[in-house]
Design a protein around this ligand. Sequence first.
Ligand SMILES: [Zn+2]
Length: 261
Amino acid sequence: MPELGEVEIVRQNLERWWVGESASEVVLEDEHLLTRGTPERLETLLRSPCKAMQRRGKYLFAEFDDAYVVFHFRMTGKITREDDESPEYTRLAWHVPAGWLTFKDSRRLGHVEVVEADEFDEYEPIAKLGPEPHDLDGAMLCSRVNGRKLKNALLDQTVVAGVGNIAISEIFFDEELPPEVSGDELDSEQWDRLARALPRFFDALIADQKSDEVMYLNQGKAENPFTVYKREGEPCPRCGALIKRKKVAGRSSYFCPECQA
Ligand SMILES: [Zn+2]
């Protein structure tokens, strides 16, 4: 499922395909996709020039003269460029000179919202987000986690924006942190390392996975690019012990029981 890195790849693609352009056709296949604003308002905006593509955490938003269109992908949502307007799982498509920009979503949990410019500062899903991983140092991260269980705190988008379950498994493995480690067990050097590891993980993922269509592991076709995530039973690349899986904070953590003890 998309975390900061996958959403940033889509942002960069849309910046290339869409900014400066307006749609000549708009097809809202699934009205349930739109959870704020009207279909008419959405269509009017998409038919006007897109001024910028921005991202905060896992939210992507297109800026127009007097409003924003916010995209949230949740489990399986993504935006791709297509030759026709109705490939499988299309919920919304709009035609720009580069092709059909298509919101596809097999689980249909994603959504699109229209937020007028004068409401944007108070638009809660984005207003309440914590800082981006790239804007945090060790001391800030430590104080935001505030002694909570580290995984719970990092999944909380008000603590730090854009981090998800995959990043946490991978970074905890790199930093040799037990899956259930608590914030008050880390020393200041570990906080500094963690604060550097978060943006480094996303930067590497973006460089590695950048493509016109981001593939998600839960969609089956993608190869697993991760070191421990979804690798239960495989040998740890550091010590050879078998990778384990355990639910922590309601989500599967993948970890080495030896290195991360
Ligand atoms: Zn190991």
